[in-house]
Every structure is written in C-alpha cells, then in structure tokens.
Design a protein around this ligand. Structure first.
Ligand SMILES: Nc1ncnc2c1ncn2[C@@H]1O[C@H](COP(=O)(O)OP(=O)(O)OP(=O)(O)O)[C@@H](O)[C@H]1O
Length: 304
C-alpha cells in the first residue's frame, strides 16, 4: 500500500508535483495517468526516496521507503528497464540482486519462470529486446515477494503480445492481494488493466476514482442532430432547455432526450438528415480532462 499526503516537488520556480494526496490500495491495479511531463515519474521517484519531496510525505507499507529493512521485500519497482548491467546474463543479474538482499537463490528460478524467461536466462542482457528487458525488470521487482508493485510506463514500446502479457500479469498480482501502481500516458492502455485511476495534470490531482466511475463521469454523451435548418432548430432546442454546440456540419445536443428532439422536429416542421446518439471515447475524455496540462507545456516549452 502506498499513501501520499500533500506530496509536492519543486524544481526552482517550477512546481512539478503539486499537493498530491492519494492511496494505492492492495488487491487492485491502480492506474496512474497523465500526459507526458505531468509529474508521474517524479511522483514514483519520491515513493522510492530517489527524489526528496519539497513538502508532504509518502509512505509504503506504513513508513517512508528509505526506512524499509529489506527494500526488495517492501516494494518491487520498475522505473527504467534499461538501467541494468548489459554484460551479465539475466540469471546472474538476478542472483546478484538476490544475494545483496538476502533472498535465497531458488527464488531467482521462480521469478524467471513467472516472467517466462527460463529459456533466455543464459543470454547476456545487452542483446535483449525491449520486451525482454521489461520482463527482466519485472522479474527483479518480484524477487522479494513485495506487497506493493510499482511500474513506470511498463508497456511503452511493446508489441500487442507484450502489452497483453503485462496486462494479465498485473491483474494476476493484484488478484493475489498486492497493491499494484502502474503509470501510463495513454488512457486506452489502462482501460482493460486498471480497477482504479489516479489522474494528474500539471502535477495536480485531476481524478481519483474507479475506472467504472471515470467512464460514466467522463463519457460525455450527446445527440448529433443534422438539419438544413440548424440555426432555427438550434434555437428551438435551446428554448426547451437543451445545450447546443456546433459539431462539424451538425449540432451536438445535450440535456435533452433523443425522443424529445425528434418530437420537437416534427412539431416545428424541421427536416432532419441525422439524429443519432454519440458517446465520447475514454481517450477523448482523458484528453479533455488533462487538456490544460498539455496547453501549458505547449506555451512554456515552445516545442511540446
Ligand atoms: N531534475 C529535474 N530538474 C528540473 N525539472 C525536472 C527534473 N525532473 C523532472 N523535471 C520536470 O518535471 C516535469 C515532470 O516530469 P516527469 O518525468 O515526472 O513527468 P511524467 O508525467 O513522468 O512524464 P513522462 O511520461 O514524460 O516521463 C517535466 O516538466 C520535467 O521536465
């Protein structure tokens, strides 16, 4: 379990993580979402004590990670899959880690099996594909059988097969009762993976809710109405209490059921070319929710 309270990180005048409070509960996958540069990696680094918070605090299993007696037993993390010694074999890399953490050698074989690397364990790491590097990083994270797992963008650059493997793997670890915290900048990747979502934009909390709630709350349903008399009919709809916005060559209507819109058209003698329910995709909803963050970076960064 991870508990962040008023977590804040500033670099000079720039607030990268802004008063963030959240809990990563055991037994479920918590997706950590935000556009590039939103502050996800910085938050995860603070969880591990690799960056020091400017204000606030974060604990893992009840205390700051730096105070953990056996770090690998507390949290298994994969922040940068490339940060391993390329000359070693996968098995040796894991054995070195196990020895340093007082973990029995046999556990190395177990985790190699769990990530499907029993056959590639003899290969040197420098020849690894991205997917194999990810699996090795995940194997290392599992060595100490930690109650909490934390992965930063684990599916970045993987093929669909690799993405599905990671998804199933994360879900299985949560089903065992572990707290699983996983970041992504893509909503679509999280849709079938996460039970719970923590969404940030510009370092600030934007949403902390279940995936189901997020979908319900943000899939802004509307009715698409296309008519050659859009000005007149738009006025009729507004007078009846609807909200009407332009949608290409049509109108996007909310706050009025589709049946009423049809009846109003008939009553006012308005020809309809299209009358259809539309729902925004989750990806669209996520983009809208974090829009400010992206716009901010485009202005400040110039090239974003
Ligand atoms: N050491 C540092 N000094 C100054 N600014 C930093 C430092 N580390 C990160 N930042 C800035 O903090 C912001 C958040 O970065 P962070 O990597 O945490 O975001 P992120 O959400 O993980 O994005 P990404 O998916 O691109 O990694 C960025 O604008 C980044 O440039």
């Amino acid at each position: 379990m991870i508990v962040a309270e008023h977590l804040t990180k500033r670099y000079g005048p720039k607030v990268v993580v802004d008063d963030l409070s959240f809990t990563v509960e055991p037994g479920r996958v918590t997706g950590f979402l935000g556009p590039n540069g939103a502050g996800k990696s910085t938050t995860m680094r603070m969880v591990l004590g690799l960056d020091r918070p400017t204000a606030g605090r974060v604990t893992v299993e009840g205390r700051p990670f730096a105070e953990a007696e056996v770090p690998l037993n507390t949290v298994g993390a994969l922040l940068d899959a490339k940060a391993v010694h390329g000359g070693r074999t996968a098995r040796n890399h894991l054995r070195v880690l196990a020895r340093a953490n007082g973990i029995p050698r046999q556990r190395v074989e177990e985790v190699l099996d769990m990530v499907g690397m029993a056959d590639t364990a003899k290969k040197r790491i420098k020849g690894f594909s991205l997917g194999m590097g990810q699996r090795l990083g995940i194997a290392a994270a599992l060595l100490g059988e930690p109650r909490t797992l934390m992965f930063d963008e684990p599916v970045n650059g993987l093929d669909p097969e690799g993405i599905r493997w990671i998804r199933d793997f994360l879900r299985a670890r949560a089903a065992e009762g572990r707290a699983v915290f996983v970041s992504s900048h893509l909503m679509s990747e999280m849709q079938d993976t996460a039970d719970h979502l923590i969404v940030i934009g510009r370092g600030k909390l934007v949403a902390d809710c279940s995936m189901a709630e997020f979908i319900e709350r943000s899939s802004r349903n509307h009715i698409r109405v296309r008519t050659p008399e859009s000005v007149r009919f738009g006025q009729v709809l507004q007078n009846t209490g609807a909200t009407v916005e332009p949608d290409g060559d049509a109108l996007a209507v909310t706050k009025l059921p589709i049946e009423i819109i049809g009846e109003l058209a008939a009553r006012h003698g308005v020809t309809l070319h299209e009358l259809a329910p539309r729902s925004a995709s989750l990806e669209q909803a996520f983009m809208e929710l974090t829009h400010d963050a992206v716009e901010y970076r485009a202005t400040i960064g110039g090239t974003a």
